[in-house]
Each structure stands twice: as structure tokens, then as C-alpha cells.
Design a protein around this ligand. Sequence first.
Ligand code: C2O
Ligand code: CU
Length: 568
Amino acid sequence: MILESHSFLLVILGFLVICKSQSQGNVHYYDFVLKEKSFTKLCSTKSILTVNDSFPGPIIRVHKGDTAFVTVHNQGKYGVTIHWHGVREPRDPWSDGPENITQCPIQPGTSFTQKVAFTLEEGTLWWHAHSSWTRATVHGVIVILPANGTSYPFPEPYGQETLIIGEWYKGDVMQIINSALATGDEPITSDAYTINGQPGDFYNCSKETTYRFLIDYGKTYLFRIINAAMNEELVFGVANHNLTVVGIDAAYTKPLNTNFIAITPGQTMDVLITANQKRGFYYIAASPFYDGTAMYDNTTTTAILQYSGNYTPPSSSIPMPILPALNDSGMIFNFTKSLRGLASQDHPAKVPTNVTRKIYMTVSMNELPCQNPNGSCLGPNGTRLASSLNNISFQIPQIDILKAYYWNISGVFSEDFPDQPPFFYNFTGDTRSNTLIPSTGTRVLMFDYNEVVELVWQGTSALTAENHGMHLHGFSFFVVGVGTGNFNNVTDPKSYNLIDPPEVNTIGLPKDGWLAMRFVANNPGVWFMHCHLERHASWGMHTVLIVRDGGTMQTSMVPPPKYMPPCS
Ligand code: C2O
Ligand code: CU
């Protein structure tokens, strides 16, 4: 009897210890059912791949320190993977998701559980499919509230709203990209932008469903804005209302007052807005920013900010925000330059200073010889469009790089992505340069654990100069410098901001410009880096970073989960 009560006590004690060790956060479980569903937009009906029948998909809502287990059940027609954009996933690339980089696709009729650990992130992120162009319809918001017992570094907003901006294609997105890749031409553009799935008042057959957000006069709201569009940077504003940016990519910023934001695909911005205008209706609008030469979808999506209460609805038309001109590069550049990290006592900016590894990486549009059996492609001069980093157009392998790395399978990738471009020339002036035709390969950047990295992305005008939304998995990085023209490694570092640079996971590299960022390679694993403009990614504008284990258990990759989707 005594023995029995003893062991009972031990069980209770053990249980308490387990509870205690998890007390930093809660655990959430989600089921994501991937399947086709019909939607009618822009006067036509089509079937799209969705999660839980909704477009955009479900919102994941957690507190900093929580963990989510998401089980993806694929009831669709083809293999898909899901990625948690901006979640660092410390030591656990197995749950990161990019197809054939960290896992093979989840095949129809199978499921896969991913562990999403929210450790340092606080603010807004998003999740999306990471297989070819499936993310066009398979995406949703991640809201990360302050950890229990802590609060925002600004007065608690009265209300909150998520605004995820997407692109709607009348056609099938997979067919669109596959046919573009087959002909070598640009993919056709989308037919509308959407806010929370709705195109808004300025598109055919859309007025009835325009997204509306009801606000109370005098109150302040937190808008969580995500650019989930496929191929376009966007500008966003609210008529007659000022915006105060307080966070980007789930890290706080110094409050930035502005009447518009520029947001690149993949980025998120948290913005405060105070309902201090005459009671009425006001347009929330997003339209593309585009200063290149490719085709783009030049339309505007809107939602409506609607004041609550009894008032005579406005008789005149609803006011529209005044947004920068379509190609106002200067305005966009200044916006990026004016972002500052919060760098407060509670949210310090741990900007690395003792750089041990410097990487200079060109980001280029290119062309490759046509490979069609009938010998003709629709890219420039009969070639097919391509793109590259350091002049390497990345080839996605048939089995995932993480598996190949972990199990020492040779022949899948090589560890020799260079720290420098192959040729130095006037990157931002010379269009038909000797780097017009890139090399191809699956070459990976290798890092020792804890290397302190400074990476400078250099835009080029090899084929055409464009903006690029550069994104890194597994890390956030500090944007310490940004400029136009060619990076000068003697003078430009003198103007770096090492005090309060913004900490992001995605950033717009300005057209014909450069951008310097820093991070510590303290997350062992296999991490994708790519342009978040989907057409550029499809043409090879990416590479992979592998961070080696650091020699102890706490500095090494966790072992794979029992079940990983097999590579066929
Ligand atoms: Cu939004 Cu590779 O990710
Ligand atoms: Cu790009």
C-alpha cells in the first residue's frame, strides 16, 4: 500500500516536471486538408487547390514560445509541400517544407505532420505551399502574439485585422508555369489581386464580395498585412488615414509614419491605423510597383474600411488612397531605407559585428539555349528565360538535399557555391554582359556552425534589371546597408547601420542596386534562399545554405521524424 502510494506520487511528480518544462508555451494541433474546391471570381468558376476548403487558408494563431503540430492531409491531385515562411525552425529543417530541398512532396492520399516551433518570432508571418506555383492558392496567415505575460511595445490596439494580398488567375496556375517553362517565355500574368481572397470593387463581378472591415471611431487597430502575391511587389494604403509601421517579418520596428507601404512578395508588415477621420467609407487599396520590362498585372485590389455607427452613408464616391506611381523607384527605395529595427531594451538588435565570412552574390536575369525538340523557344532571341545567383542557375534535384546531406547520398548536390561572382564588371550598366548565359548546377553554400556572415546581394542588368524579393529560410537577417549601383566594398560599409537595422526574412533588393545583410549561422540544417518573385524562382534564382553541426547536441540538427514523405 505504501509502495503503491509512493509510485503514485512519483507519477504525479514526473507529470509536474513535464508540465514545467513545457510551461514556456502552449502546444497547438492543426489539420490541413488539401483538396480542390470550386470558386467563382471575375465572372468565372474554377477549381483551385485549397486548405480546409478556404481561400485564403486557415489562420494559425499562437503566442511566442508556442509550438504547433500541423498534419497536412493531401487529398489533391499532385504532390505538395507546406512551408512556414519566416519561422526559424531551430535545428529542425525537417519541418521547413521546400520541395526537394528539405523533403519530397506529400503524395496524394498521404499525410505528413510538421512541427512548427515559434521561438524568437513575434508579429505576423504566413504559411504557403512550396511546390512549383501551388502557393498561389495554398497560403494563410500566422499570427504570433506576444508571449504570455508580455505585451506589445506600443499601446495595446483596440482591434486587429489580417489582410493577406494574393493574386487570382482565371487559368490553372500549374499549367501557366509549366507552359511558360516549356516555351521559355514569360508566364502570363494574373487577372486580379485580392485582399483576403476578394478582388474588390474595380473588377468585374466582384463588387458584392468586396472585403469590408468595420471600425469604431477614435480607436486604433493593428493591421497585419502580407504580400502573398506571386510575382509583384505592391504598394498599399488606406484613403485619408496615416499608417504607422511597427513590425516587419515578425520583428518590431521603430514606428514609421507613412501614407503608403511598399511590400515585396513574402514580406509581412504590421501597421497601426487610427480611426480619426469623418465617419464614412474609405478604400484600402493595393496595386503593383513595377519598374522592369516584364509583363505585369496592372490592376488594383480594394477592400473597404467602414466606420460603425449611425451616419448617413457618403453620397459621393468612396475616397481612394494616393499611392506612389507604378514605377516610382525612388519612393520605394526611400521607404526601404527608412525602416529601422526597434532596438529597445526589451527587443535588442543583436547585430553581428565580427564578420568571419563575406559573400558577394549577383542576382541576375539570364537566358539559356533552347532545349525544345523542335528547336524554337519564345524567350529573347529564341532562347529560354533563366535567372541565377552568382551566375549559377540552380537546378532542383530529384531527391531532397536535406536527405542527401544527412544520409551522405552523393551525386545530388555539390558543396561549391562560390562566395564571389565569376566575373567582375559593371554589373548595373552592362546589359549584354558575358554573364548573360549562366552555368547550371545544384551548388550549395557551406557554413561552419556560428560563422558570422555578411552577404551582399548585387542586382545586375545582365538581361534586364529588376527588383528582387530576396528570402532566406531558417534565419532572420539584419539589413545593414542598401544602395544603388555597384557595391563598393571600401566606401559603402562606412555607411552601414549597425545600431538599429531592420531584422527581416525577406527584403526587396532594389533594381540595379545592392543590399548588405548580416546573420550568424547558428541554425544547423539545410536552408533555401531564393527570390520570392515566383517566376524568377522558377527560372533558377535560388541556392541552398547548409550550416554544419556545431559539435554538441544543442548545436546539431535534430534527427528526422519517424515518417518523412518518401522520394519516389
Ligand atoms: Cu515564402 Cu521559400 O518561401
Ligand atoms: Cu527576382
